[in-house]
Design a protein around this ligand. Sequence first.
Ligand code: IVH
Length: 677
Amino acid sequence: MSAEAKIKLLTSELKEHNYNYYVLARPTISDRDFDRKLKELELLEQAFPAHVDPNSPTKRVGGEITKSFDTVVHSSRMLSLGNTYNKEELMDFDNRVAKLTGGNDYQYTAELKFDGLAIAIRYKNGLLHQAITRGDGTKGDDVTANVKTIRSIPHQLKGEFPVDLEVRGELFIHKAAFVKMNEERIRLGESPYANPRNTAAGTLKIQDSSEVAKRPLDGFLYQMLEHGGALNHYQSIEMMRSYGLPVDEATKLCDSINDVWDFIIYWDQERHNLSFDIDGVVVKVNSRLQQEEMGFTSKFPRWAMSYKFETERQLTKVININYQVGRTGAVTPVAILEPVQLLGTTVRRASIHNADFISQMDIRVGDSVFVEKGGEIIPKIVGVEKSMRDSNSIPTQFINVCPECSAELDRPEGEAVFRCPNYSGCPPQIKGKIEHFIGRKAMDVSSLGEEKIDVLYQSGLLHRPVDLYELKHTNILGLSKNIINEDSAEERVVSFKEKTVQNILDGIQASKSQPFERVLFALGIRFVGETVAKKLAYHFKSMDGLMNASLENLNAVPEIGEVIACSLRSYFSSDENKTEIELMKSHGLNFNVEEKELSSNKLENLSFVVSGIFSLFSRNELKKIIEDNGGKNVSSISKSTDYLVVGDNMGPAKKEKAEKLGIKMIDENEFSTMIAE
Ligand code: IVH
């Protein structure tokens, strides 16, 4: 089969698998096989760029950078909906519909109301042409590159689609993905996002679409502008489904408002089992003709209405406002509440984010406040009942000194967060850094944890991560501490017995063999997460290389921007940090990328260009074999190239150039013989 045909085949197969997986949620292939095919396609596309489908499944990983989003005028206004909050209001809506339809029969479609952000997507000749945010309803931002990374949104329609089609719907982020993203942010010392909806909205406005691709956006479409022959709304949903567009399974055709009410009651309960947030139900008159007859008010369609669920919300009192200091020194305020039951759990604290949030909401100690639980990890305060406020209550003044070490707090320009600058003397920062250092993705000393680190810190043995390597059996055997659980008031003893001590020391010893990239991540340099640490390690190869890199050198590394570069420079300019790194070196930690063991040096001093498709190896495998045997891969042919390894379908230009320069051409069998000899 020709490369072109193979690319076509793989492209269409993968599109089908994407559809089965993301739209139908019925995969017919294992993730592994999918990844293998995707990789194969990627390699073929690299080798034959002329045959790449512009809507190839490989493009879902993004890559396009949008400097600023273009403004696009909507083909018709993107309207919002009127709201109802109880059965009476819903019945009033039904009475109005009955009047406006002049006594004729009518049906409703009941749909879930997805809590995300609205999007309009235009298809031309079945190809995704443009995606526009709601904006002010009249015009929005062109976010096509970002929407193209969403796997459930097809780049190409299936079936009998209209030539010009505009569909509208809602994009959102799944609850679990949101929690995971926030856990990661907290781990990196960043402040968490408030809720999945804002996170989805923020994600859609990121300028680098490859960043967007890493965040799992999803969505459902609920409106088709061109009727495509559909006589009613429910049919148009079915049509969108037939074009391969993601539409929600829950959508239901209802013969009466009572059926709609049953749908509402059912989903009010069931919503907690959904993987995404909904905030109500949308009811739409089903017939297109009746919709047209009813028309619009200045803001809303008269033929549709939203029913908003009550969010579980409780009134309780703020007993105190505490301030927590994280490992990067960020000071986070937390409201301590009179315990209250919310969705089956007792809530004692609520996040109040930062100083701006406190002053905007005017939250004071003693206030009665409403707390709500969304997809968030900790419940949040959504309102203050000012009518219940004590007349002598005083506005909250955000602290100006660190609650843990009394250092004066900083508020860096442009940041919402106050920070304690006493990085090396503030207890929660010290302990936080050590906890990060031993973390699973860092040095991975699983025999230590928060409580044991606390005991070691309290006994004066640990002040900084490198002190771990100074710990001695005799110094830590027998240490102990009583720990009281704040919520249950239960008391426990953490004690360092013989076996515990041995496990701790063994774990610390074993951590010395962690590779450089992990050591770099473990240092906890601001903005240097796991991936950035890997990139830096492979680029600079050693700590010395990294420490000596100028701002420009750092900035020149792909995907390392100004913020990371400055953070690195500031970290390495501290004598304390430099001393700690030296000490770590003396304890034998890895500060170099270990050179790979060569399989042989048969290809030493030889340079290779690999081109085309091979049957014995993938191109990447072949390149790796070259490197493992001491050879060098180069991307284009020059007179200093020693060999051109020729695969199937190699471009004629390369061949011509190699012939002209007298470069030796070998096929994969000849190459294998070279290695085997
Ligand atoms: S229909 C003219 N259907 O809710 C009809 N909207 O509060 C326009 N929404 O702006 C919207 N789920 O962003 C419709 N199944 C659904 C929806 C839905 C969520 C959003 C949409 C709209 C907002 C109105």
